[in-house]
Design a protein around this ligand. Sequence first.
Ligand SMILES: Nc1ncnc2c1ncn2[C@@H]1O[C@H](COP(=O)(O)OP(=O)(O)O)[C@@H](O)[C@H]1O
Ligand SMILES: [Mg+2]
Length: 250
Amino acid sequence: MSSLLDVTDLRGGYAAADEIVRGAALRVEPGEIVALIGPNGAGKSTLLKMIAGLLRPRSGHVRFRDREIGGLAAPDISRLGLSFVPQERNVFGTMTVAENLEMGGFLDRAQMRPRMEELYQRFPMLADKRRAAARTLSGGQRQILAMAMALMNAPSLLLLDEPTAGLSPRAAEELFGTIVALNRDGVAILMVEQNALEALAVSARAYVLVQGRAEREGAAGALALDPTVRDLFLGGAAAPMLAASRGDSS
Ligand SMILES: Nc1ncnc2c1ncn2[C@@H]1O[C@H](COP(=O)(O)OP(=O)(O)O)[C@@H](O)[C@H]1O
Ligand SMILES: [Mg+2]
């Protein structure tokens, strides 16, 4: 079976800096959770924006369900079943929860009502708050709303850019639980995360992006234990200890 998403030798960036993504390659199989981790500024967000059609790749391929989507416009990519939740400004703060969901579903008006009802059942908090302005939600609730907006297109693949950024450890844990539950219902997920260990714990596979390229990839469990990965990207007290145990002098 072919991959759901298959990115090969992707290159590009912004008008002023066009060498941010430098030959990135990754794949997501149907129904997988895949984590994309790496240091700040590695190009993780840029890569997601390129896959989602918000930035045009300079070269390379993005294949989604056996179709070349590299260079297509974002709404056309959404229509094919690939939804993106950006890290910031991912809800309309002054609009109500219900209005935000309507914005998420604008591509397919005929399905709007039934999808909203499904999402209210899945996330009762959104039903309770349907008339509340999005800016009155907690950080965790806002992330649920942002994901629900993306789910209005009934995607088979969801791209999430740092969904737990700024959340308390408890709210982050809850959100990871929500992501896993969505995945169990068949939505594949590619997520960028700073909470690398937690992301690896819920993912099947992962990629470590460094300077616009996937420097390492593999089973998430194996990457979580890889001393170099821990040392370079996961930080914390374990890093010097691991360096010492390897006999590094630096
Ligand atoms: N809108 C932009 N215009 C120009 N350069 C940008 C823009 N956004 C990000 N960059 C640059 O692209 C590089 C990668 O950024 P980004 O993809 O946000 O990294 P990450 O998500 O891995 O932290 C950084 O050097 C950043 O300064
Ligand atoms: Mg980023």
